[in-house]
Design a protein around this ligand. Sequence first.
Ligand code: TGC
Ligand code: FAD
Length: 393
Amino acid sequence: MAKTDLFESPDYYFLDELLTEEHKLVRAAVRDFVKKEVSPIIEDYAQRAEFPKHLIKGLGEIGAFGPTIPVQYGGGGMDYIAYGLIMQEVERGDSGIRSTASVQGSLVMYPIYAYGNEAQRNKYLPKLATGEMMGCFGLTEPNHGSNPSGMTTNYKDAGDHVILNGAKMWISNSPFADIAVVWAKNEEGKIKGIIVERGMEGFTTPETHNKWSLRASSTGELVFDNVKVPKENILPNVEGLKGPLGCLNQARFGIAWGAIGAAMDCYDTALRYSKERIQFDRPIGGFQLQQKKLAEMITEITKAQLMNWRLGVLKSEDRATPAQISMAKRNSVETAMNCAREARQMLGGMGITGEYPIMRHMMNLESVVTYEGTHDIHLLITGMDVTGLNAFQ
Ligand code: TGC
Ligand code: FAD
């Protein structure tokens, strides 16, 4: 049976007063979409471990794909607060759906926009913005996750095209993506971005099964067996690891906002439940131990909302540093995981069922804390930033 989504957004420090009318309109449209299209179906799709492909068109219509990409290429031309709000609302529905939007906007459209030429921008961006074309991002390899600089995927010059070999794994959307932005080494060992299209001979995308997390998101591999890729598909304007890491700045920013969306949903669900569930002849919300959980949740959510808002302002002014983004990604995911655990306990046995969204959020967050740089990697990025000493070398 389709579920009614009763979500009410917590805003303890009146952060709405810092938003423009456009921000609120964008947020309202996404919230409405999530309530009507995502919440009623997401539990069933997650249980079946299936990505709800029919949502793609609607995600394009609400501007979830490439909100900050200029309008002339089909993007939303919006600022980073608007982008953050979109990710917050989408992940409030499900982290897997936000993953699809993050990958499409930040990891596929952004590199084509930032590092591509005009022909590449015009060929791909408008279709990616509507969802008519879907993309994925291949950086991680079986033997190179946290240390992508060691990647072995490579291409060799062969006249008007290159020959690509190697494999990527843990790639969101790969099983159904039309194109993949792949990071590979050239013959000089320099990392370059290259657009690989479905249908190119020797290119396959096997799906990864048996995930307990992000079950409503499709994850797979990218396998390149002597794939002939035209040279015109190489992104000309970046070289080195700063190419893919530059994309990750965009996506990690979206996760910082998105994870707090999941936290807000857990808090809101637990708050409502605590007022309705009667034990010992009174609502459990009247017990001090339950109030402690709620008070700590809303405190941490509010701190993270403030951090995200400030980061959004800095990002819109092009002043946010990668280390500031790392701090927010790490803080938001930790906050969300703690909220999910506490909220789940507050629902007692009901907390482990699909009647409520909390367990699904909790399981999803186990991926969110790992991808786009693990919790420990982001801690080390902060450590390096404040000490000036690099723990990676
Ligand atoms: P390092 O020597 O520090 O840096 C190499 C070059 O990159 C530059 N750089 C950055 N540029 C832009 N943005 C950043 N955030 C940057 N961080 C570093 C740096 O200045 C240098 O430039 P240059 O010009 O001197 O060459 O690199 P390292 O090899 O020591 O590695 C550093 C480390 C560990 C922090 C980095 O590699 C890292 O972040 N590792 C984590 C890997 C990761 O996040 N993978 C994510 C894969 S994609 C994904 O998970 C998508 S999930 C999507 C979804 O479903 O939502
Ligand atoms: P490892 O790098 O092997 O790390 C294992 C453990 O060692 C971690 O706890 C890590 O923190 C720790 N560790 C590693 N190095 C250090 C160090 N120097 N100091 C201290 N501790 C360290 N990748 C893509 O390219 N595209 C995608 O679309 C994508 N989607 C994903 C979707 C899902 C569902 C998942 C789970 C992953 C996805 N990833 C994607 C991959 C993701 O980015 C990697 O899983 C992540 O970067 C970690 O790499 P790893 O899994 O190889 O772990």
